[in-house]
Ligand binder design. Structure first.
Ligand code: SDX
Length: 432
C-alpha cells in the first residue's frame, strides 16, 4: 500500500472535525482515505457511479483522461500496439515486467497447451438455441469452467491461481470461436498449437473441415493489435465487477463470468456492436445531422454509441490506433471507399466541432472504430463484444490476482443513503 503523505483532509460534520489521511500515487490524482469517516462521524460518503471514488490501490494500468494516455505497467498503449504482441502484453499485465525471451517462450508454451476445452463442454453449446447471442453463451460456458477445472479454483493456493490465470487466457479464444461456430451451424474447429494466439482464434472462427484455411498474417496482426488495445483499462465497470465478485473469495472462473456479464451492456463493452448498428442506421453522411440532434436531445434516449467516456475527456488513445487499423484492414479486403468508414469519419469530424460535444468533452472511444475493423475481418456484429471479452480476460485476471493478493483486501460491501419508508406495522389484508 502506498504510504500516507504528511497531508490530510479535514472534514467537519455536525461540529465534529475529522482528519483524513491523503495518499499520493506514482502519477494521477491523490486519494483521501475515508475508511474511518463513518465510525467517527456516522456519515457515509455518497458517490453513485463512483465518479470520485478509488476502489483500490493498483499498480497495473494507469489512465490520464485529460491527456488521453493509457499505460499498461507504465508502457504507453500505442508503443505496445505497435511494437509488442498480445501474449507478451498478457505476460506484462500478469507479472508486471516485460518478459525475457526465455520467460516469453515458457509463457507462450503454457498458454498454447491449455487452449483446449474439456470435451464434455461442447454439450453446453448444444443446449443453447442456434440464435443465442454469443455473449449469452460466453456467460454460461465461462461460468461452467469452474465445474470442470476444480484443480484451479482454490484462490488461497498460489499455484492454482497461476494455473487458473493461464487457463482463462488460453481458453477464451476457443470458447468465443465455438460460440460463433455454433451460431452459424458449423462444426467446432479445434485450436492448433502451430499458430500464434490471434491466428489460432481466426482459424477456429473461419476455417472449415472442407478445405485448408490460411490466416492472412496482416489480418492476424490486426486482430492481435485489437486484443492488445482491449486487454485492460483500470477500474472500469466489468473489472470492478470481477473485483467485487472476487472479494467474496468466489473462484476465478465465476468472477470472470461476472465480468463477461457486465461487459455485455451497450453502455460498456456492448457499445461496439451498438455503434456499428448505429452507423448502419445512419447509412449516409447526409443523415448525420439528424442523429447528432437526437444525441443532444434530452428527451431522446439515443446516444452516439462509441462516443464519450467516464475517464477520457480527450481522445481515447485506443480509438486512434483502431482507426488506423480500420483503414489497414479495409484496404486489405479491397474496400477503398467504405460508406460505413466515411460515415464514421464524418460523424467524428462534425461531433468534434459541435459545442455540445466540446462542452462535455465527448470524443470517440475504443468502441467507435472497432466494429468497422471486426466487420471488415468477417465477424458478425454479435461477435464484437465476445471478442472484447476474450481480449479483456487477461486484464480481469490480472486485477483479480492483485485484489486476492492485496493484504488490505476485504469483502466489498458498499452502504447506501436510505430514502424509503421508516418502520411501520403490518396491515392485515382485510384492512387495506
Ligand atoms: C467502454 O470505463 C471504461 O474504461 C470502459 C471502457 C473499457 O475499456 O473498459 O473504456 C470500454 O465501455 C467505452 C464506453 C463505451 N460506451 C459507449 O460508447 C456508449 C455511449 N457513451 C455513453 O453512454 C457515456 O459516454 C458513457 C457511459 C461511456 C460514460 O457515461 P458517464 O461518464 O456517466 O457520462 P454521463 O452519462 O454523465 O454524460 C455526461 C454528459 C451528459 O449530458 P448532460 O446531462 O451533462 O447534459 O454527456 C452526455 C450525457 O447526456 N453524453 C452523451 C454521450 N455520452 C455522454 N451524449 C450523447 N452521446 C453520448 N455518447
Amino acid at each position: 500500500m502506498t504510504e500516507a503523505t504528511k497531508r490530510s483532509a479535514t472534514i467537519s460534520v455536525d461540529g465534529k472535525t475529522v482528519d483524513l489521511p491523503i495518499y499520493d500515487g506514482t502519477v494521477g490524482p491523490s486519494v483521501i482515505d475515508v475508511r474511518k469517516l463513518y465510525a467517527e462521524t456516522g456519515h457515509f460518503t455518497y458517490d453513485p457511479g463512483f465518479t470520485s471514488t478509488a476502489s483500490c490501490d493498483s499498480i497495473i494500468t494507469y489512465i490520464d483522461g485529460d491527456k488521453g494516455e493509457l499505460l499498461y505497467r507504465g508502457y504507453p498503449i500505442d508503443q505496445l500496439a505497435d511494437d509488442s504482441h498480445y501474449l507478451e502484453v498478457c505476460y506484462l499485465l500478469l507479472y508486471g515486467e516485460l518478459p525475457s525471451a526465455a520467460q516469453l517462450e515458457d509463457f507462450e508454451f503454457r498458454v498454447t497447451n491449455h487452449t483446449m476445452l474439456h470435451e464434455q463442454m461442447t454439450n453446453f453449446y448444444r443446449g443453447f438455441r442456434r440464435d443465442a447471442h454469443p455473449m449469452a453463451i460466453m456467460c454460461g460456458v465461462v461460468g461452467a469452467l469452474s465445474a470442470f477445472y476444480h484443480d484451479s479454483t482454490d484462490i488461497t493456493d498460489l499455484e492454482q491461481r497461476e494455473i487458473a490465470s493461464v487457463r482463462m487466457v488460453a481458453k477464451m479464444p476457443t470458447i468465443a470461436a465455438w460460440a460463433y461456430k455454433y451460431s452459424i451451424g458449423q462444426p467446432f474447429v479445434y485450436p492448433r498449437n502451430d499458430l500464434d494466439y490471434a491466428a489460432n482464434f481466426m482459424h477456429m472462427c473461419f476455417s472449415t473441415p472442407c478445405e485448408k484455411y490460411e490466416v492472412d498474417p496482416i489480418m492476424a496482426r490486426a486482430m492481435d493489435r485489437i486484443m492488445t488495445l482491449h486487454a485492460d483499462h483500470e477500474q472500469n465497470a466489468s473489472t470492478s465487477t470481477v473485483r467485487l465478485a472476487g472479494s467474496s473469495n468466489a473462484n476465478p472462473f465465476a468472477c470472470i463470468a461476472a465480468g463477461v456479464a457486465c461487459l455485455w451492456g451497450p453502455a460498456h463493452g456492448g457499445a461496439n456492436e451498438a455503434c456499428l448498428a448505429m452507423l448502419k442506421e445512419i447509412g449516409t453522411v447526409d443523415r448525420i445531422p439528424e442523429f447528432i440532434e437526437r444525441a443532444k436531445d434530452k428527451d431522446d434516449p439515443f446516444r452516439l454509441m462509441g462516443f464519450g467516456h467516464r475517464v477520457y475527456k480527450n481522445y481515447d488513445p485506443r480509438a486512434k490506433v483502431m482507426q488506423e487499423t480500420a483503414k489497414e484492414v479495409l484496404e486489405l479486403v479491397g474496400v477503398t471507399n467504405s460508406p460505413i468508414l466515411q460515415v464514421a469519419q464524418e460523424l467524428e469530424r462534425i461531433s468534434l466541432e459541435d459545442q455540445y460535444f466540446i462542452d462535455r468533452k465527448l470524443y470517440p472511444n475504443v468502441d467507435f472504430y472497432s466494429g468497422i475493423v471486426l466487420s471488415a475481418m468477417g465477424f458478425p456484429t454479435s461477435m464484437f463484444t465476445a471478442i472484447f471479452a476474450m481480449s479483456r480476460t487477461v486484464g480481469w485476471i490480472a486485477q483479480w490476482k492483485e485484489m486476492v493478493e492485496d493484504p488490505q483486501q476485504r469483502i466489498g460491501r458498499p452502504r447506501q443513503l436510505y430514502s424509503g419508508a421508516g418502520s411501520r406495522d403490518y396491515i392485515d389484508l382485510n384492512k387495506r
